[in-house]
Design a protein around this ligand. Structure first.
Ligand code: HEC
Length: 118
């Protein structure tokens, strides 16, 4: 990598980081939250269980995720886990949304009807 490219990559990473922090503070819009809650319950639930207690994929309950670094869980949601059935979701959610989902999972995921409020 030449020097200019390195600088560009670093600047890009910096900007992406800032975007995540800003978007995270506000969080997704309420309507989008409801969509994300429905998606997690239905699509993620098809592997992780409708109550997120585990199935093909492991449980995604607060006690199961306790002590696991959020950043790596967010990376798992965005990129999947190569060599396992866990797919990446970056075509459907952005980084801030994945971050929001992980935060909700760590607290105890809201039911579909309450998704818009939390
Ligand atoms: C096709 C099945 C499948 C779907 C759909 C799926 N997952 Fe997974 N997921 C898995 C498997 C299997 C693993 C365990 C991978 C491993 O062995 O490390 C996993 C791992 C994870 C982990 C890491 C858990 C831990 O304790 O380290 C998180 C977080 C996660 N999935 C979130 C999600 C979310 C959020 C969605 C929906 C956006 C989703 N998954 C959809 C199969 C799936």
């Amino acid at each position: 990598m030449d020097r200019t490219l390195v600088v560009h990559v670093l600047v890009l990473l910096g900007l992406t980081g800032l975007g995540v922090v800003t978007a995270q503070a506000a969080g997704p819009e309420p309507a989008r939250r409801a969509e994300l809650v429905r998606m997690v319950r239905q699509d993620c639930g098809s592997c992780h269980g409708m109550t997120l207690k585990g199935g093909l994929g492991p449980a995604l309950l607060p006690e199961s995720l306790a002590g696991k670094p959020s950043a790596s869980l967010v990376a798992t949601v965005m990129s999947g886990r190569p060599g396992t059935p866990m797919p990446g979701w970056s075509r459907f959610v952005n980084e801030a949304e994945a971050e929001w989902i992980i935060q909700r999972l760590q607290e105890g995921f809201p039911p579909v009807a309450l998704g818009a409020g939390s």
